[in-house]
Design a binder for this molecule. Structure first.
Ligand SMILES: Nc1ncnc2c1ncn2[C@@H]1O[C@H](COP(=O)(O)OP(=O)(O)OP(=O)(O)O)[C@@H](O)[C@H]1O
Ligand SMILES: [Mg+2]
Length: 304
């Protein structure tokens, strides 16, 4: 077993290149996280590291950074009134996992997510996709690779099929009917939806059409901002099942903001706790009770 640094609350260590965090190593079922040191205040939390044991055989070369799909380095944002919204966020998002992002309202979760496909333009050299600064990529090409779903689906006029064909059409590719049916199936919708208009759909069904539309671009990463908060439990489960399938069958990397701790525990492989624009904890979903940051703890207690 090789001990690999998994992540840490806030980044002073990252300033030393050799101490860069490696959340990039896929947490496996055999993974255990060991908080180092004890927590007694924010300063200590800032220095506290989480450690993961990784089975070398399972994860290959030992070149952990190559397993990071997205690397975030010293990502900060301040409001027009100079209030910090994100404060030196450092994290590696491992390839092919579902990362849950939780935290109190206003803690910067949506801002963090929007930086990853440049809905908010992050500063240069703060967000890397497969090692490339996303600021250097064509923004539309980036958004094909890094698709996003919001809380409420906004479908375009026309049929479900028109919506699903939209993205590929922009690239001059017309999806065949068969390809559209496959995408409907992938999003857990049957073929009867093909010719329906947006107005005929429930919010849960429309959300799955929005998912199929995003998947038509064959994204490598899916960003989800509370995608099921407006849905009933069955629609929620449908979406969760699809996400897990996308991870397992397509190796998709998924970053999902959710207010539901239970949802995160059902489907996430790793959880980022964002408080006041800072990542204060990175934990496995079944270890959330081991969070040490007081605000994080309070948030978790009240959410349960
Ligand atoms: N364009 C903006 N200009 C100024 N402040 C902003 C802007 N966008 C967000 N903020 C502020 O940044 C902070 C983080 O907002 P964000 O929407 O990222 O939080 P959140 O964690 O997603 O919250 P919620 O759980 O309520 O969705 C909030 O205090 C918000 O008021
Ligand atoms: Mg939000």
């Amino acid at each position: 077993m090789q001990e690999v640094e998994l992540g840490k609350a806030v980044p002073p260590a990252y300033k030393n290149k050799d101490a860069a965090i490696h959340l990039s190593t896929l947490p496996s079922s055999s993974t255990s996280y060991t908080p180092m040191g004890s927590y007694s205040g924010l300063d200590e939390a800032e220095q506290r590291l989480l450690v993961v044991d990784v089975n070398e055989n399972e994860h290959g070369s030992g070149n952990e950074s190559s397993d990071a799909k997205i690397q975030i380095r010293e990502l900060s944002k301040v409001s027009d009134k100079s209030v910090p919204i994100l404060n030196k966020v450092n994290v590696d998002i491992p390839r092919g996992v579902i990362m849950g992002v939780i935290g109190p309202s206003g803690s910067g979760k949506s801002t963090f997510l929007r930086a990853l496909n440049r809905l908010w333009e992050p500063p240069s050299k703060t967000v890397f996709l497969d090692g490339q600064d996303i600021g250097d990529l064509d923004v539309l090409a980036l958004r094909r690779r890094v698709g996003m779903l919001f809380q409420l689906p906004a479908l375009f006029e026309g049929t479900v099929a028109d919506n699903i064909r939209y993205g590929p059409q922009l690239k001059g590719k017309k999806l065949t009917d068969n390809e559209v049916y496959k995408l409907l199936t992938l999003a857990d919708l049957d073929s009867t939806f093909f010719g329906k208009s947006g107005g005929e759909l429930s919010v849960g069904q429309a959300q799955r059409v929005a998912l199929a539309r995003t998947l038509a671009n064959e994204p490598e990463v899916l960003l989800l901002d509370e995608p099921t908060s407006a849905l009933d439990p069955i629609s929620t489960q449908n979406i969760e099942d699809v996400l897990v399938k996308l991870k397992k069958e397509k190796g998709m990397t998924i970053v999902m903001v959710s207010h539901s701790i239970k949802q995160i525990q059902r489907i996430a492989d790793v959880v980022c706790l964002l408080v006041g624009g800072e990542i204060v904890e990175i934990l496995k979903p079944d270890k959330l009770s081991e969070a040490k940051h007081p605000m994080a703890l309070r948030f978790l207690e009240l959410s349960n």
